[in-house]
Write a protein that binds this ligand. Structure first.
Ligand code: MN
Length: 243
């Protein structure tokens, strides 16, 4: 179970890199299936290069479990704090995807406007690190307190934008969080373009519920996307290992 999950986490890293959600920066994690107080995340490495041997186990305060001395990501606290505050969350992504950034600094609210964007949910809060930590931070989430403040802002939602920085996304599975992170910047891009033409019309609450309600990670439709993205990311060999 754990071995399979780690391979899936490697695939998730490669997909997010190939789809330009992450670049040198950004990361994806998954909660330990046998110990909810732990999660898996690569050491500090661009997601495009992540292999199984790069994955480390962390506790919810961002400490490496075991004796591995490789440098962890500076912002691992994002993941631990979200797992701590949201028992329903199994996978987390943090990224700086450029198309999401305007919505973290302008008055316009990011809303789901396309069917594939429904998964971000009706509300996408914006977290401003300066509200609690002042105007002299480097904007990064570098400790447990900052992670917890971010998680508080995420609250029950699926995505939180981070002012002048990026976003964090939380979901019930790796496939869910990858899918949401791929479509989030696309939704933002469409909304931005629509706003240039006039007012952007968001999906209704009923439409969002209809899209998200019947969603199953192991449905053929979802598996089709996962397989497509994985193959595009050069992970055909890893997919075979999972079969
Ligand atoms: Mn960051």
């Amino acid at each position: 179970m754990v071995e399979k999950l780690i391979t899936e986490l490697v695939i998730a890293n490669r997909i997010l890199a190939r789809e330009d959600v992450v670049d040198a920066y950004g990361h994806v994690s998954v909660r330990h299936p046998e110990n909810p107080e732990r999660f898996f995340l690569s050491h500090s490495l661009a997601p495009a290069f992540v292999q199984r041997s790069d994955i480390l186990e962390f506790d919810l305060e961002g400490k490496v479990v075991g004796s591995d001395r490789r440098t962890p990501y500076l912002e691992r606290f994002i993941h631990g704090a979200i797992y701590e505050s949201r028992p329903d969350v199994i996978a987390v992504v943090h990224a700086h995807a450029e198309d999401t950034l305007p919505f973290g600094i302008a008055p316009a609210k990011l809303k789901p406007v396309i069917h594939s964007g429904a998964f971000i949910g009706a509300e996408v809060p914006v977290w401003d690190i300066a509200r609690r930590f002042g105007d002299k931070t480097n904007l990064l989430v570098t400790n447990v307190a900052q992670g917890r403040d971010l998680a508080k802002s995420l609250a029950k939602n699926s995505v939180v934008l981070m002012r002048g920085h990026g976003f964090a996304a939380a979901a019930r599975s790796l496939i869910d969080v990858v899918r949401m992170s791929v479509y989030l910047p696309r939704n933002a891009r469409v909304q931005f373009k629509a706003m240039q033409l006039g007012k952007a019309r968001p999906l209704s609450k009923g439409e969002i519920a209809a899209r998200t309600g019947g969603y199953k990670p192991d449905s053929p439709e979802t598996q089709r996307a996962w397989q497509y993205w994985a193959e595009r990311a050069g992970c055909a060999d890893l997919l075979k290992q999972l079969a």
